[in-house]
Design a binder for this molecule. Structure first.
Ligand SMILES: C[S@@+](CC[C@H](N)C(=O)[O-])C[C@H]1O[C@@H](n2cnc3c(N)ncnc32)[C@H](O)[C@@H]1O
Length: 276
């Protein structure tokens, strides 16, 4: 299987020149790659191009290869094959022909965004990607309706005002059926003065806080869940907040654990510890 050695030397040699240290995405690129590999999204959007772009595109290309191999295996149905035994046939009813829409207006100083297309061409990945040189604001209507709703979105462009503009326009376009939104730089290094001293801490920034607040205020009826990953060694560009929309199957069931286990497995379960 071609995807057995993901992100090989050829890939890294081609992607590395896009890396701009101040953008802080050295670990985000591989993280996005692996998340796209795991969740196999069909329709992907990136706003704010650079080092991360080839990782998203490569993940889609490797997914296509793995998906084709899985389909061949399903057709052969070798009963003693371990991979076959874990495949879920229902998933393969729909064709897998993913696309990445990548939007950047090339406005930031030092951005490698203008060189992304050339790198994608070098890697033979440009067929999966549509690069839009544009301001993302007011641009959603230009995305082909056939490429909506979005299954996976990576947003890394501008400051708080852009984040709000983005959420206003693009949140409704994210698939309710487990669409993922990843936002960069959501923890802020804030200095507060108290007791005669400056105290500097990495604080859950106002946008990530508001997303979390809305989730918690919705309680058991929340239609999304939130998690942030923070790089504690960085003062900026060191955090990713992930929001996952929830289909009915993933929404919280307000059921007692023991009762539900008994119903599903017909067996008494040990009590679940209370997590605090
Ligand atoms: C932090 S950089 C992206 C870094 C990139 N993800 C990487 O890994 O190297 C932010 C990018 O957003 C773009 N940008 C800023 N404001 C924008 C806007 N309103 N519309 C589109 N792109 C914008 C900039 O041109 C820049 O390339």
């Amino acid at each position: 299987m071609g995807a057995a050695i993901p992100l090989d030397a050829r890939f890294n040699d081609a992607a590395r020149p896009l890396f701009v240290s101040g953008m802080g995405t050295e670990h985000v690129g591989p993280l996005l790659y692996n998340m796209v590999r795991m969740t196999r999204p069909l329709r992907v959007l990136e706003v704010g191009l650079g080092y991360t772009s080839p990782f998203l595109a490569m993940a889609l290309a490797d997914n296509v290869e793995e998906d084709a191999a899985d389909r061949r295996l399903l057709a052969e149905a070798p009963q003693d094959d371990m991979r076959f035994s874990l495949l879920r046939a229902e998933h393969f009813r729909r064709e897998y022909a993913p696309r990445l829409h990548a939007i950047d207006d090339f406005s930031a100083d030092g951005t490698s965004a203008p060189r992304v297309l050339e790198t994608l061409q070098l890697l033979g990945l440009d067929g999966l990607v549509r690069v839009h040189k544009a301001d993302f604001r007011g641009y959603a209507k230009k995305i082909d309706r056939a490429d909506l709703p979005l299954d996976f979105v990576w947003f890394d462009a501008g400051g708080p005002l852009e984040y709000i503009a983005f959420l206003q326009e693009y949140w409704p376009l994210i698939a309710q059926d487990h669409g993922l939104l990843l936002l960069h730089f959501t923890y802020w290094n804030i200095t507060a003065h108290y007791q005669g001293r400056d105290h500097t801490n990495l604080l859950c920034g106002s946008i990530a806080n508001e997303i979390k607040r809305q989730q918690l205020r919705a309680g058991i009826a929340a239609r999304f869940e939130v998690l942030s990953l923070v790089e504690p060694h960085k003062s900026r560009q060191g955090s990713v907040t992930m929001v996952r929309k929830l289909a009915g199957t993933s929404m919280c069931r307000d059921r007692d654990f023991g009762e539900e286990m008994n119903e599903i497995y017909g067996a008494l379960a040990p009590p679940m510890p209370i997590l605090r």
